[in-house]
Structures are given as C-alpha cells and as structure tokens.
Design a binder for this molecule. Structure first.
Ligand code: DX5
Ligand code: ZN
Length: 219
C-alpha cells in the first residue's frame, strides 16, 4: 500500500504544528522525523524536545529516522518522547541485531536504513525481525538533494529478495522524492515515500494530494 511520510526537516519551524496539521488533514500517512547528530552525518537537526512537543499536537504515526552513531544509547528516550517507529542505520550500529531487538522490545516498529553505497546483504541477520527497510535514495544528512538513480535499482533488488526469503518488512525510500519520480520508484517496489521539500515547499495540502493523485490513491 502506498504511504506518504512528509519529512518535517523541510518545514517552517516557526509554524511547525500548523504545517503538520495541514499535512495530516491532506492525507499524509505518517510523519517522518529526521534526527541528525553531526557525527554520523555532517549536520545537526533536532531531538527529543521537538518530538515531545509535536507529539501533543498530532495523532499521526511518528516515523523517527535516527541518523546518529550508536542509536542504542537513546532508544528508550525516543520511545518515551513519542516515536511509533524507529529506524536505525546499519552503518551506525556496532551490533545491529541487538539494536533491532531492543527497538522491538520497547514495543515500537523497527526499521533499518542503508546508505546508497551499502549493499542489502548487511540486512541478512536482521531481515526476519524488521517492519521496515529504508533505502536511502540520497546520501543522508541534508534535505533538497537529487535522487540517485542507482538506489532505485536497489529497491528492485530488495523487493525481489524480500519475496525470495518471505520477509514481511515494507520498503521505504527517502531523499529526492518528488512528483517526477514517485511513480517509477513505486513501480520498482517501494511502498513508503518520505518527501521533505516536495511536501513542505509551497502549498502543503496541494502537494500531499498531488502525490496521491500521481499514484492513483487520492481520496
Ligand atoms: C535526508 C533525510 C531526509 C530528508 C528528505 O538525510 O533523511 O528525510 O528530509 O528531504 P527531501 O525530500 O527534500 O530530499
Ligand atoms: Zn529521513
């Protein structure tokens, strides 16, 4: 099923609550929350206080994408401040399996993300536990970049692999997703689409609806 997950990284933070409400009313399926630590990725975004504060203003599924080194250190805190799902980077974990199992133990949905140069084989030991695999379609760290076409091939490969091993995770893509490419990435096998710039720049309601119309799932 097609899902759109607007990334608040591209929102106007002076109107954050208002903009999230617009995205939700327009039919956004999840809210994508990018946490960056300045170590795993070069930039720093925001953390628990922001998530806690928007939690009081929205009922949407909070999809927290941790671009942080050793996320194991903070899992409890992200759950406590309102995450419904946590995605960690395979490249950021010393013990990926232990990290995945810890997220599950905390009772939220668990995802693993891979950067453009990371092969899907790193998922081997954990794929049976996962609710989601996030295939980054840009180098993580910044919004507003252009999608890397080779990453779409990785989506195709992953969808085929998922069938072969009878795994049940959904496939999410993140980075450079817009109206010009969403259909081809959907056809490649992705189901959950993160979009920052393409949702929050301009008319939010119209942008969300345009995505759904493009895929043919508009209400
Ligand atoms: C990038 C983040 C993305 C980002 C996407 O590291 O993980 O979620 O917000 O932004 P756009 O859609 O503008 O590429
Ligand atoms: Zn993200």
């Amino acid at each position: 099923m097609f899902k759109l997950a607007p990334s608040i990284l591209a929102a106007d933070f002076t109107k954050l609550g208002e903009q999230i409400a617009l995205a939700e009313q327009a039919g956004a399926d999840e809210l994508h929350i990018d946490v960056m630590d300045g170590v795993f990725v070069p930039s720093i975004s925001f953390g628990m206080p922001v998530i806690q504060s928007i939690r009081n203003a929205s009922k949407m599924f909070f999809d927290v994408h941790l671009m942080i080194t050793e996320p194991m250190r903070y899992l409890e805190e992200f759950v406590a401040c309102g995450a419904d799902g946590i995605t960690v980077h395979a490249e950021a974990c010393n013990d990926l399996k232990a990290t995945v199992l810890k997220v599950k133990e905390l009772g939220v949905r668990v995802g693993v993300s891979i950067k453009p140069d990371t092969p899907i084989s790193v998922l081997e030991d954990v794929e049976q536990y996962l609710d989601r695999v996030l295939v980054m379609t840009v180098e993580p760290g910044f919004g507003g970049q252009k999608l890397i076409p080779a990453c779409v091939e990785k989506v195709t490969e992953l969808a085929k692999h998922r069938e072969e091993v009878s795994a049940t995770f959904d496939i999410q893509v993140d980075g450079g997703i817009g109206l010009s490419n969403v259909k081809s990435v959907w056809e490649a096998g992705a189901e959950v689409f993160v979009a920052g710039t393409a949702v929050f720049r301009g008319d939010i309601v119209r942008n969300v609806r345009a995505f759904k119309e493009e895929i043919g799932v508009a209400d």
